[in-house]
Ligand binder design. Structure first.
Ligand SMILES: *Cc1c(COP(=O)(O)O)cnc(C)c1O
Length: 394
């Protein structure tokens, strides 16, 4: 049986009624026969049957031992960071998600946890940054928004040899394309807000651990701190995940076409997409994933905040919004949106230029999306020409 079939049929039919859709257990507590004697559920922060289905699903899909569902991707990241103690250190990718950077720097630093940022596209950089306090290596691959690729298996070998944990933020790839645990990662984290939910209609986070023991530790923090995913949103994520594999195929196919179009456009300076043969780690991406994803970034010849602002405000089908992974295509200006919490010098050093524009390629017909981009360039160029014409006249 192929993976998609196996996955769809791993979603249980309700044993009580035969309902083919997972029931939403909208309840806070569960009646007990005698103190401590119950059907496996006592209080809905600790456990909820709808959430349990989701947690088992993601664990299965990522080939891990344990899945855990949280109120957001950041709540999931936060629960993982609680594994650390004061004095511990983290090595993280340098173009890390802005919200994770804020959590590391503005929350956990004051509890004595220090983070070193490296370009993880070269595993040697991770190795060089290790010290005796390193407890966690944090990867995002593909990374956000420059789509850098880190070699998960190579870095897992480094983390194993040094006795620290490897966590991979798998949001951009999704388990339909990439499974970090079989490649050696200890923990996988997702913003399920993105591809797993898939419809831009919820905020959710998921954690998967390679071992039962690590899963139990994070589960303790899930229950102790309480940032759980509610039953209705758990149901929405399950529903989204049912079509994940199909959606990812189309996202990848359209993104590849759009990357090729952008690469041939005279107003574009650079295109970032792991599916392009000239991407520096194209071979690693090909080896460790089944597809290159639905996110494409590019910079403009005119590398300014203003030029990018003009572009992202002028598209039609691509809607200007933060986030990614939904059915409708989105466009964003990293410097002024997702990465505005990162100081400009650190941001630029990580390759996020002022004009960097990120596309989340949705499920519209690729030719319509390309037409939208072509028209936007035409409008922008006309404006630029008028401007220079005016300059010439005065
Ligand atoms: C969105 C995102 C997050 C944070 O997830 P939320 O659901 O918004 O809290 C973390 N990592 C990556 C790569 C993301 O894109």
């Amino acid at each position: 049986m192929q993976e998609t079939t196996a996955f769809i049929h791993s979603i249980p039919v309700d044993p009580l009624t035969g309902a083919i859709s997972v029931p939403i257990y909208q309840t806070s507590t569960f009646v007990q026969e005698a103190p401590g004697v119950h059907k496996g559920y006592d209080y809905a922060r600790s456990n909820n049957p709808t959430r349990s289905v989701l947690e088992n699903l993601i664990a299965g899909l990522e080939k891990g031992a344990r899945g855990l569902a949280f109120a957001s991707g950041l709540a999931a990241i936060d629960a993982i960071l609680k594994l650390l103690s004061s004095g511990d250190e983290i090595i993280a990718v340098d173009d890390i998600y802005g919200g994770a950077f804020r959590l590391f720097e503005q929350v956990y630093r004051k509890f004595g946890i220090q983070v070193h940022y490296v370009d993880a596209a070269c595993p040697e950089n991770v190795f060089q940054a290790l010290n005796k306090n390193t407890k966690l290596i944090w990867l995002e691959t593909p990374s956000n928004p420059t789509l850098k690729i880190a070699d998960i298996a190579a870095i897992a070998a480094i983390s194993r040899a040094s006795g620290c944990l490897l966590c991979v933020d798998n949001t951009f790839a999704s388990p339909a394309l990439q499974k970090p645990i079989p490649l050696g990662a200890d923990i996988v984290v997702h913003s399920a807000t993105k591809y797993l939910g898939g419809h831009s209609d919820l905020i959710a986070g998921l954690v998967v651990t390679a071992t039962e023991e690590l899963g139990e530790k994070i589960r303790f923090y899930q229950n102790a701190a309480g940032a759980i995913l509610g039953p209705f949103d758990s149901w929405l994520v399950i529903r989204g995940m049912e079509t994940l594999s199909l959606r990812m195929r189309q996202h990848c196919d359209s993104a590849q076409q759009i990357a090729a179009f952008l690469q041939g456009h005279p107003e574009v300076d650079r295109v970032f997409y792991p599916g392009l043969p000239d991407h520096p780690n194209h071979d690693v991406a090909k080896r460790q994933s089944r597809g290159f994803g639905g996110i494409v970034s590019f910079t403009l010849k005119e590398d300014s905040l203003q030029a990018a602002r003009r572009f992202v405000s002028s598209t039609g089908l691509f809607k200007l919004a933060e986030s990614l992974g939904g059915i409708k295509s989105l466009i964003s200006h990293s410097a002024e949106m997702t990465h505005k919490t990162i100081p400009p010098d650190i941001r630029r050093a990580a390759g996020v230029n002022d004009s960097l524009i990120r596309l989340s390629v949705g499920l519209e017909d690729a030719e319509d999306l390309i037409t939208d981009l072509r028209n936007t360039f035409d409008r922008i160029i006309v404006k630029t020409n008028k401007y220079s014409l005016r300059l010439k006249n005065c």
